[in-house]
Design a binder for this molecule. Sequence first.
Ligand SMILES: Cc1cc2nc3c(=O)[nH]c(=O)nc-3n(C[C@H](O)[C@H](O)[C@H](O)COP(=O)(O)OP(=O)(O)OC[C@H]3O[C@@H](n4cnc5c(N)ncnc54)[C@H](O)[C@@H]3O)c2cc1C
Length: 295
Amino acid sequence: MKALVFSENSSLAAQVISGLKSVLDFSVAVPKDEADSVSEYGAKEVISLDGNLQTDAIGKKISELMSSYDFLFVPSTVLGREVAGYVSAALGQIAIPEISKFEIADSKCKTSSLSLGGKSIIDVISNAKVLTVAPGFADQVKVPEKSKISAMTLPDSSITIISEEEKKGTGVNIESAKVIVSIGRGIGKKESISVVDPLLKVVHGELAGSRPVCLDYQWLSEDRQVGLSGKKVNPNVYIAVGISGQIQHIAGMRGSKIVVAINRDKSAPIFEECDYGIVGDLFQIVPKLVAAISG
Ligand SMILES: Cc1cc2nc3c(=O)[nH]c(=O)nc-3n(C[C@H](O)[C@H](O)[C@H](O)COP(=O)(O)OP(=O)(O)OC[C@H]3O[C@@H](n4cnc5c(N)ncnc54)[C@H](O)[C@@H]3O)c2cc1C
């Protein structure tokens, strides 16, 4: 069976191709600047899109292309979700959102996806053709031979951008950090964040946090939030301090190579996701960890 991936982000597209190329033949459509980097992951064809990258223009072009494909996979970004909505409406097909698993079962698709606002995972069998894909779907695996690249021009868009203003942040980029110390609600109050300062120093880490810490309480700036609605990070080491490990948080840190968790509740879900787990009070454990690392 044949599938098309659309994404404005070549890494997210590469995750889908890497995860499913053993069961589906893939073509991938990306903006022309991303075409070369996505050509290394085993798609049969890379379609390099030139022109106005607006939802309606992309949606129209992808809908036309879908006559040659059984499925459309769209990594879940803001633009991706808009395009998936456009295409599923144009094709008169249902769309399954935020899948984390995909299988073919009797020519239908069997998917697992987040549901109830991310509170649970639902497994369904359906005739869906359009699927949005949760970040961290699979590891990206390069193949020796590059895909052939063909160019396509997008049709005109009815959308005109009249102004654009960059959102102000602190300039921190946790997405490129090699070591992250991430704090959760377990830290208790803003003033207690200083307990991780010595740890950040000895591991040369960047500070990040869960959604309650960054968004609800604003103890850290929003650009430090890790998770489904925050940043997707892939450091060598991710140290989760006082974080319970809900699925929406895990969605942002699944790409971490080594995960260390400190939590006083031994049944916290974060312990299912970590390589090294320490059960205990973070205010006692963190100084001991610093002393152990410092030698
Ligand atoms: C649509 C949607 C999107 C979301 N997006 C995100 C997202 O992007 N990122 C995100 O993080 N969340 C997100 N959430 C929220 C998510 O569901 C959780 O509520 C959140 O991740 C919990 O944050 P937490 O682990 O800091 O807090 P809690 O779940 O309250 O966990 C705190 C943990 O600290 C431990 N603890 C307490 N005191 C101590 C101590 N002294 N020492 C050691 N451990 C201690 C507790 O045992 C507990 O496990 C989203 C939710 C929805 C519905």
